[in-house]
Ligand binder design. Structure first.
Ligand code: ADP
Ligand code: MG
Length: 249
């Protein structure tokens, strides 16, 4: 088997005395799409944030794109995290675009500043990515003039501009008006079809069912169960999964 892109074993994380991740084991293989579901406060965001060093874990091991982010509870030193983060694309609920830069400049900033990609090359690549998310015509517009769905598609294009080995999505459609959710999910489906490795936190159960290779159910900092969507959605083994899915109907 090819080396996993994300390989987490026995990960523990607390805020003060509150243990929010409890012995998490998680593997994401190349080109796999893993969707994490679970109630609010169950630790989904914290788990994603640990994977690119935005949070400090205290126990366990996490290897992401070959980088030892957490080793026996010790975090990778901060200077090494930059190399990791260059390989891990992250998309949040809030789009975090730079409001004073136009769409194309939002996308070319990281490749030109962090990677030293020549501006012209970065712009060509940026336009290609904008075409992919259906927004080439917005290249010179400013984020403030875009809809939420368009902003999130730009945020995805911006993350892709660093040519990440894995994309982490934390509720990318939760802040959107319902009519704009579909266009963002479609971009994510296209990425999945192209073989992008993705770890996605979402409440979009239809999307999870359709796109996930593996669905992971979290509750109170633990993984309750995981498996292919057909099993999780049609015959969940755990009562906590059943009651969570009830709330999503
Ligand atoms: P989810 O994304 O599943 O809603 P989170 O990972 O955001 O859950 O939160 C898990 C738990 O950790 C919650 O109880 C939350 O209140 C707590 N938590 C998250 N971030 C912090 C923080 N920076 N300081 C203290 N507690 C936090
Ligand atoms: Mg969250």
């Amino acid at each position: 088997m090819q080396q996993a892109i994300v390989d987490v074993k026995g990960l523990n994380k607390s805020f003060g005395s509150h243990l929010v991740l409890k012995d998490i084991d998680l593997t994401v293989a190349p080109s796999q799409v893993v969707v994490i579901i679970g109630p609010s406060g169950s630790g989904k965001s914290t788990l994603l944030r640990c994977l690119n060093g935005l949070e400090t874990a205290e126990g366990g091991t996490a290897v992401v794109c070959g980088h030892l982010v957490v080793e026996a509870g010790r975090m990778m030193p901060e200077p090494l995290l930059d190399a990791l983060r260059a390989e891990v694309g992250m998309v949040f609920q809030s789009f975090n675009l730079f409001p004073h830069l136009n769409v194309l400049d939002n996308i070319t900033l990281a490749p030109t500043c962090l990677r030293g990609v020549p501006r012209k090359t970065a712009q060509e690549q940026g336009l290609r990515l904008l075409r992919k998310v259906g927004l080439e015509h917005k290249a010179r517009d400013y984020p403030g003039t875009l809809s939420g769905g368009q902003k999130q598609r730009v945020a995805i294009a911006r993350a892709l501009a660093m040519e990440p080995k894995v994309m982490l999505f934390d509720e990318p459609t939760s802040a959107l008006d319902p009519e704009l959710v579909g266009e963002v999910l479609q971009v994510m489906k296209d990425l999945a079809a192209e073989g992008m490795t993705m770890l996605i936190v979402t409440h979009e159960m239809g999307f999870a069912r359709e796109v996930a290779d593996v669905v992971v159910v979290m509750d109170h900092g633990s993984i309750v169960e995981s498996g292919p969507p057909s099993g999780i959605f049609t015959s969940p083994r755990e009562a906590r999964t059943r009651s969570f899915l009830q709330t999503m109907l």
